[in-house]
Ligand binder design. Structure first.
Ligand SMILES: *[C@@H]1O[C@H](CO)[C@@H](O)[C@H](O)[C@H]1NC(C)=O
Ligand SMILES: *[C@@H]1O[C@H](CO)[C@@H](O)[C@H](O)[C@H]1NC(C)=O
Ligand SMILES: *[C@@H]1O[C@H](CO)[C@@H](O)[C@H](O)[C@H]1NC(C)=O
Ligand SMILES: *[C@@H]1O[C@H](CO)[C@@H](O)[C@H](O)[C@H]1NC(C)=O
Length: 387
């Protein structure tokens, strides 16, 4: 998640380390932990070019290991000018899974995204290794559909260069605008159901007072604030942030969450901001008020304008996060050395697994339009997503 410098934050102190992870008991958490350990536990900023290359290889290999998916992996390369006279490479991975309505006006795209870069001083296991792991496992679930005919297109995106000001997603959005990536004759906002952007999502914390909040939350989201307060400020929820335009999409996601076997200690909370359309049309004071909710790659979707001003005033998208430096151990570990494997616990992995299941099922529902009963996953793999 990109750092916010606009705000002075009042943070309550919390220093909460769980026990170190021990071997998982069910498939989902073990796979997720494996991604964290093998893919996303070393610093991978532009100061660590070798590790960045390695993690790119990891992502590429993962997508290549899903041949049954009949999808296209597009490695979108660009040059980033950063610092004085410095040029770096940037690579977004865009995995396009098309269905039978590919190329027709009936097609509707759903996208899901996370970023794979880290800041210089942090291994970024939670930020954003957690969401990368959820993204890869959800993709595997979607690709494992057999009987279930995919109809709609799903686009899975691993962004580079999020931490230096959302550069990777800006590049991607430029491609959407100028290259008609999705082959549609319609306005993009009609064709795109929305993007589910996840940033820093696994830090579940069930202790009282583990959740701190930015100033003004009680004014911005009075209901949400009361709910969190009534729960003694436990950091035990996934936060979903949306604008008015994204409300339906957010409600669908929550519905899918609620349709999975529930563990009452793992919650989802929705914050719908009162504005619609482009955040860049907010005035300065409003913008600062909402700035915490613009801190990741979904921002560039919300801020999308088409080639003609009358088309496409913002694309739909959700921001999923555990609230990063506002919760539990991340108060201390956000963008620091200790956002590493030692902070991973079984509980956090279970939380991440629940998010992964929800995302996978959400994407499957959008791609298929079929009732779940007709969708059967291969035996032994994520059967609970589809049963
Ligand atoms: C999707 O449609 C485009 C253009 O209509 C076509 O070029 C492409 O091969 C199609 N892809 C698949 C996987 O059907
Ligand atoms: C948002 O979009 C506007 C219009 O395209 C652009 O001028 C502005 O730079 C964008 N804001 C950010 C922070 O990228
Ligand atoms: C995680 O960071 C802490 C604090 O810097 C350090 O003590 C611990 O050894 C690190 N764990 C791993 C697995 O690198
Ligand atoms: C719910 O999840 C928490 C955290 O993983 C776990 O400690 C607890 O045992 C779970 N409860 C049930 C009923 O499964």
């Amino acid at each position: 998640m990109a750092k916010l410098v606009l705000y002075l934050l009042t943070l309550l102190h919390a220093d909460l380390y769980g026990p170190a992870y021990s071997a998982g008991t069910f498939g989902g958490t073990a796979r997720l932990y494996n991604h964290l350990e093998s893919g996303f536990s070393a610093k991978r900023s532009h100061y660590h070019p070798e590790e960045k290359q390695r993690v790119r290889g990891y992502i590429r290999d993962f997508f290549s290991s899903l041949p049954e998916c009949d999808a296209v992996l597009w490695e979108d390369e660009y040059v980033v000018e950063w610092g004085t006279d410095k040029h770096y490479d940037g690579v977004n991975f865009v995995y396009i899974i098309r269905g039978s309505e590919n190329g027709t006006d009936n097609d509707r795209f759903t996208m899901a995204s996370a970023h794979y870069d880290s800041v210089r001083g942090s291994p970024g296991v939670n930020d954003d290794g957690s969401a990368m792991s959820a993204l890869l496992e959800s993709t595997r679930a979607l690709c494992s559909l057999q009987k279930c005919q995919r109809k709609k297109t799903t686009v899975i995106i691993a962004f580079d260069w999020e931490e230096q000001g959302l550069i990777g997603s800006e590049e991607f959005i430029d491609r959407l605008r100028t290259q008609g990536l999705l082959q549609t004759t319609k306005a993009l906002d009609e064709q795109l159901e929305g993007v589910i952007n996840m940033d820093t999502i696994m830090n579940w914390d069930d202790q009282d007072q583990s959740q701190t909040l930015p100033d003004g939350m009680n004014v911005l989201f009075p209901e949400l604030y009361s709910e969190i307060k009534a729960d003694n400020f436990k950091g035990n929820f996934l936060f979903i942030c949306a604008r008015q335009d994204d409300k339906k999409l957010a409600e669908k996601f929550v519905k899918v969450w609620n349709s999975l076997p529930q563990n009452d200690t793992m919650k989802v909370r929705l914050g719908v901001m009162p504005f619609s359309g482009l955040p860049s049309s907010l005035n300065k004071i409003e913008f600062e008020m909402y700035s915490h909710f613009m801190r990741s790659d979904h921002y560039n979707f919300w801020n999308y304008t088409g080639t003609s001003a009358s088309l496409d005033q913002g694309l739909k998208g959700l921001f999923l996060t555990d609230t990063a430096e506002f919760r539990g151990s991340m108060v201390q570990c956000y963008h620091k050395e200790c956002d590493n494997l030692s902070s991973v616990t079984d509980d956090k992995l279970r939380f991440l697994d629940h998010i992964t299941d929800t995302l996978a099922r959400f994407l499957v529902e959008h791609a298929t339009d079929l009732p779940h009963a007709e969708c059967v996953a291969p035996s032994g793999f994520y059967t609970r997503i589809l049963d």
